[in-house]
Design a protein around this ligand. Structure first.
Ligand SMILES: Nc1ncnc2c1ncn2[C@@H]1O[C@H](COP(=O)(O)OP(=O)(O)OP(=O)(O)O)[C@@H](O)[C@H]1O
Ligand SMILES: [Mg+2]
Length: 68
């Protein structure tokens, strides 16, 4: 059974996106499958992950083996 984690805070700029990406990275390193649902209209988590996967794909290394 999966677990749902929600990173929320009414105040802006308090590290919600950073915490989400850090949690994803840590859980991925433990071999967990993680789905990030980016409900932010600024889509900063999506941009961060897109840039990460672009870099990882070019380097041929990393946590997901270059799979998107
Ligand atoms: N643990 C931390 N220590 C220092 N700086 C941090 C930490 N977490 C986040 N930051 C910095 O704080 C800023 C805001 O972080 P982030 O974008 O994750 O916040 P947010 O809550 O998602 O913002 P928004 O409400 O605009 O979506 C960024 O510059 C980020 O690098
Ligand atoms: Mg954010």
């Amino acid at each position: 059974m999966g677990k749902v984690l929600a990173i929320t805070n009414r105040k802006g700029g308090t590290g919600k996106s950073t915490t989400s990406i850090s949690l994803w990275a840590g859980l991925a390193r433990l071999g967990k499958k993680v789905l990030i649902i980016d409900a932010d209209s600024q889509h900063s988590a999506t941009v961060s992950l897109f840039l990460y996967f672009l870099t990882e794909k070019n380097s041929g290394a990393g946590m997901t083996g270059g799979r998107i």
